[in-house]
Design a binder for this molecule. Structure first.
Ligand SMILES: [Zn+2]
Length: 176
């Protein structure tokens, strides 16, 4: 299971303005399958549910990025995010060796997940560890600021692209 907080992983499914890693239901299911506690509810989400969850994801990303960059968030988003937790709260089921999220009476799988993920994002920005934004060009990802000198979401991806760009700048000279 991924080590990063689930709210960070959820926000990072929009990794760049043109790259949405949960755009399709099969991508969404793969994301949930990597998190056993969300798998059953996640697999029950339909296309309309995914539309709701992608909108929730955009709001989670906005709130996390504002916290990480210490910049004012969009006030509409700050209103919308807690609203996702006003419906019936998801339940918890013990499955012998782990907990799983369950859909509450009268709720939908997508609403239960939006509730859980919005709550996780709120917990993270209010009492969680500090966050940082990736400095990669065009990268929208955030990460837990475990080290003061960490600059990239992924050194092999964004860090490497930045090193290649810097190398080309040096080779082509200061006037290029
Ligand atoms: Zn990055």
């Amino acid at each position: 299971m991924p080590a990063e907080p689930v709210a960070v992983a959820f926000a990072n499914t929009r990794s760049s303005p043109h790259r949405d890693r949960i755009a399709e239901l099969d991508q969404w299911r793969a994301w949930c399958d990597a998190r056993p506690g969300l798998k059953a509810v996640g697999r029950a989400v339909d296309a309309d549910g995914l539309t709701l969850l992608r909108a929730a994801r955009d709001d989670v990303q906005e709130v996390l990025r504002a916290a990480a960059a210490r910049e004012d968030p969009d006030p509409a988003v700050v209103d919308r995010l807690p609203a996702l937790t006003r419906g019936p709260a998801p339940g918890l089921a013990w499955h012998g060796d782990r907990y799983e999220l369950t859909v509450p009476e009268g709720g939908s799988p997508a609403a239960a997940l939006a509730h859980h993920l919005a709550g996780a994002a709120m917990g993270l920005v209010v009492t969680g560890p500090p966050l940082a934004v990736c400095r990669g060009q065009g990268c929208l990802k955030v990460f837990v600021a475990t080290r003061a000198d960490r600059r990239w979401c992924d050194g092999a991806a964004c860090g490497n692209r930045a090193r290649v760009r810097s190398h080309h700048r040096k080779r082509s000279g200061p006037d290029a």
